[in-house]
Design a protein around this ligand. Structure first.
Ligand SMILES: N[C@@H](CCC(=O)N[C@@H](CS)C(=O)NCC(=O)O)C(=O)O
Length: 228
């Protein structure tokens, strides 16, 4: 009796436009969830209050909560974990293929590939100064990252080149497509030398992802210019 039903718990997503909160934001919209968007400018916020640190010790965006964090409510960070949790709690959505299916296994493969490779590399590229003691090393770190990001985007272009509509062959669009749209948007914004939009299959695929109603709605709500 004491427990609030999951559907009644207030959901909140701490976001900043066009950052790692974008895929969770699109997944929440796709799932039809009702949630509050909390704009959280870390540059200003981290010096102003310790409140956010209690939610996310890494002081990163995004953080997602369900219910009151002070009363044992769920506090979740890591963008991919939020996307997968939203899929799990909205199993009537097509965010992830059916549990136990081959398609579901492939969706895990792509989600983990994206977080472990493309996202990690984009972070090093963007925050190169955090990866060296000597500032003169920054251009070389970025140049190596640029090459590696290009190879990853070309790999994804080849994967999509077999005629599939969405990243998981034969499946509906879902969380992995929103995740790739988010990461490719950063690559485009960072002006890497292999721009995702210029790749023959990946480019049109990204446009297709961006045209999905949940993507359009999230981009409009966050108020940034679409990357594709
Ligand atoms: N692995 C984390 C990374 C989150 C992350 O680094 N977010 C960036 C925005 S895209 C951030 O908060 N950066 C602020 C900083 O690193 O100071 C995730 O996927 O949620």
């Amino acid at each position: 009796m004491g427990q609030t039903a999951m559907s009644e718990k207030q959901k909140r997503l701490h976001y900043w436009p066009d950052t790692a909160s974008l895929a969770p934001h699109m997944c929440l919209i796709e799932a039809g969830a009702s949630f509050e968007l909390v704009k959280t400018d870390l540059k200003a916020y981290k010096f102003l209050t310790a409140e956010y640190r209690t939610l996310n010790p890494h002081m990163r965006i995004p953080t997602y909560t369900e219910g009151n964090p002070d009363e044992g409510g769920l506090v979740l960070y890591e963008a991919a974990a939020i996307c997968l949790h939203v899929a799990d709690t909205h199993s009537n959505s097509s965010l992830m293929p059916e549990l136990g299916s081959d398609a579901r296994a492939l969706a895990y493969k792509y989600m983990i590939y994206l977080t472990n490779t493309l996202q990690a590399e984009l972070m090093v590229f963007n925050y190169a100064k955090r990866h060296c003691d000597d500032e003169s090393a920054i251009p070389s770190i970025r140049a190596a990252g640029d090459q590696r990001i290009g190879k990853m985007l070309e790999f994804l272009d080849r994967e999509l080149g077999d005629g599939r509509t969405w990243l998981v062959p034969g499946a509906a669009h879902g969380a992995v497509d929103y995740y790739l749209l988010m990461l490719a948007g950063w690559a485009e914004y960072f002006k890497v030398s292999t721009l995702p939009s210029t790749l023959s299959v990946l480019g049109p695929y990204l446009k297709r992802c961006q045209d999905l109603p949940a993507a359009r709605t999230a981009i409009e709500a966050e108020g940034f210019e679409p990357n594709f």
